[in-house]
Design a protein around this ligand. Structure first.
Ligand SMILES: Nc1nc2c(c(=O)[nH]1)N[C@H]1C(S)=C(S)[C@@H](COP(=O)(O)O)O[C@H]1N2
Ligand SMILES: [Mo]
Length: 345
């Protein structure tokens, strides 16, 4: 095998995670120098690698077009503290797996359908409607929604209810910081989210065989939504979100099964009573509202005690134990004090 030096690799072959690793190394080395010396070193390194770091073709991430301001915001992200729940030393799932093994039923039910069918997905323009129990309802542009927030890199485990998992470096910020801006009233006990309905762009929404009653919906109790770990993700690895991962903004609730992490959000609704969520609507005996990751409570058709950590193969099954609240128990267990988690699954 010929090992190419960096110079010989055409930029189209530089994978997002190679670029990502370079940036991490770069950030670490510039930090290590200490306050006095960073300026010089930073500019020297920037001159060397800066252009290659963030330049990627739109096709790489499956979108019709990418808003420049959003790309810049993703590139300018800060890093979450290395220790604590916003980071992990676990090996990252490669970009190729994160962006080709997806659940996004609007684009088809096969794991590779979203990457294929979302290729020309358009996020310009994008509007989010804010409704219900709050002082500032209205129609907000994507810029209105995202501009005031500083983006941070947060590395979380994502555990699907189907018993596979990934480790993903997201770009985003705490959902609670967004929700506060709409001034929820005292009657806002829950918040619900809708995904886009657009059958022109989302082929499964025009299928006669679709079982889901679109839009895909999810919800959280207000105290869950205000927990700092509940994240609005706007990107992953070095860039904005690929369409198949829920561009331009999606939820990431790391202590809950993946189906709670609703993609491509167009509505946020504050409600008094527990709102609908799609998988509970489809099969309430198997999927609940809370959907906290819990190795002790089996799905009616399979155990939740362990999971496949992607990427896996016949020779590398990578089966690991599932952790209570997906490993975030120290942070979130108190939200459920006194609740019977077998009953409220
Ligand atoms: N709108 C919408 N959001 C969705 C889904 C979906 O089908 N439609 N699938 C969910 C499920 S089951 C999982 S596991 C995660 C997968 O996220 P990923 O493809 O970015 O890994 O998205 C969740 N969000
Ligand atoms: Mo899932």
């Amino acid at each position: 095998m010929i090992i190419k030096t960096r110079k010989e690799i055409p930029s189209s072959e530089i994978t997002p995670e190679a670029v990502y690793r370079d940036r991490r190394k770069f950030l670490k080395s510039s930090l290590a120098v200490g306050a006095g010396g960073t300026g010089l070193l930073t500019s020297a390194l920037n001159a060397q690698t800066g252009d290659a770091l963030f330049a990627r073709a739109p096709a790489d991430i499956n979108l019709a077009s990418k808003p420049d301001w959003l790309v810049e915001k993703a590139a300018a992200r800060t890093e979450a503290p290395a220790s604590g729940p916003f980071n992990t030393d676990e090996e990252l799932t490669p970009f190729d797996d994160v962006s080709t093994y997806n659940n996004f039923y609007e684009f088809g039910t096969g794991k590779d359908d979203p990457a294929r069918n979302a290729r020309d997905f358009s996020i310009e323009p994008w509007t989010v409607k804010v409704e219900g129990e709050c002082a500032k309802p209205g129609s907000y542009s994507l810029e209105d929604i995202l501009k005031p927030h500083t983006f941070e890199e947060r590395v979380f485990r994502l555990r699907c209810v189907e018993a596979w998992s990934m480790v993903i470096p997201w770009v985003g910020f705490s959902l609670g910081d967004l929700l506060k801006r709409f001034e929820p009233t005292g009657d806002a006990n829950y918040v619900q989210f809708d995904t886009l309905v657009d059958s022109e762009q989302m082929p499964a929404q025009r299928s006669r065989f679709a079982t889901i009653d679109w839009p895909y919906q999810e919800g959280l109790r207000m105290d869950e939504a205000m927990h700092p770990l509940a994240t609005i993700a706007t990107g992953l690895y070095n860039d904005i979100l690929p369409a198949q991962n829920g561009a331009p903004l999606r939820l990431v609730v790391p202590w809950k099964y993946g189906f709670k992490s609703i993609k491509s959000i167009v509505a946020i609704r504050f409600t008094k009573t527990m709102p609908n969520n799609t998988w509970r609507d489809l099969q309430a005996s198997e999927y609940g509202f809370y959907a906290n990751v819990n190795p002790q409570v089996s799905h009616p058709r399979w155990s939740q005690a362990s999971e496949r950590r992607l990427p896996t193969s016949l020779f590398m099954p990578r089966r690991i134990d599932t952790m209570m609240f997906n490993g975030y128990a120290d942070e979130v267990a108190s939200l459920y004090d006194g609740m019977d988690l077998r009953r409220f699954y």
